[in-house]
Design a protein around this ligand. Structure first.
Ligand code: HEC
Length: 117
């Protein structure tokens, strides 16, 4: 009996979580994509390591209107500028030295990185 009465409640909860899903699923998708593309070999979400954390990148560029425009190409090219401008002595290697990403994936990765709080 109790299973019969609980089932509709579970179904209602599932419906609720589905309707709330898009925002959370999107953020998780970004992290999964970063993992699949090997970004976490150097970056971490919150802690600085060989590379700046995604949170630090979000804090540094998040307020800029052209942040996405600036950062999407870097996902492809890496950085090859003198380190003074940037985070430290290390450069981000170019795409040939990492797993390739499409432009759509690069945009999704930057949307995700800039969303890290
Ligand atoms: C081999 C190590 C390595 C990998 C792999 C790597 N990065 Fe980086 N990344 C770096 C380093 C080092 C920097 C800091 C570069 C600098 O100061 O010039 C950086 C900087 C960045 C920045 C900030 C660029 C800027 O102009 O300040 C973004 C955005 C970024 N990485 C995204 C990614 C994404 C997305 C991936 C996965 C597709 C990725 N990185 C993979 C090492 C790496």
């Amino acid at each position: 009996m109790s299973a019969v009465t609980r089932y509709p409640i579970a179904a209602a909860l599932m419906g609720l979580s589905l309707s709330l899903a898009p925002a959370a699923a999107w953020a998780e998708g970004g992290e999964d994509l970063a993992r699949a593309k090997g970004c976490f070999a150097c970056h971490a979400v919150e802690t600085e390591s060989a590379a700046p954390s995604f949170r630090d990148i979000a804090r540094r560029f998040g307020g800029l209107a052209n942040a996405k425009l600036m950062l999407v190409p870097i996902v492809h090219t890496g950085t090859d500028r003198p380190a003074v401008y940037h985070w430290g002595s290390a450069n981000m290697p170019p795409e040939g030295a990492r797993r390739p990403v499409t432009n759509e994936e690069a945009e999704a990765l930057i949307d995700y990185i800039l969303s890290v709080k």
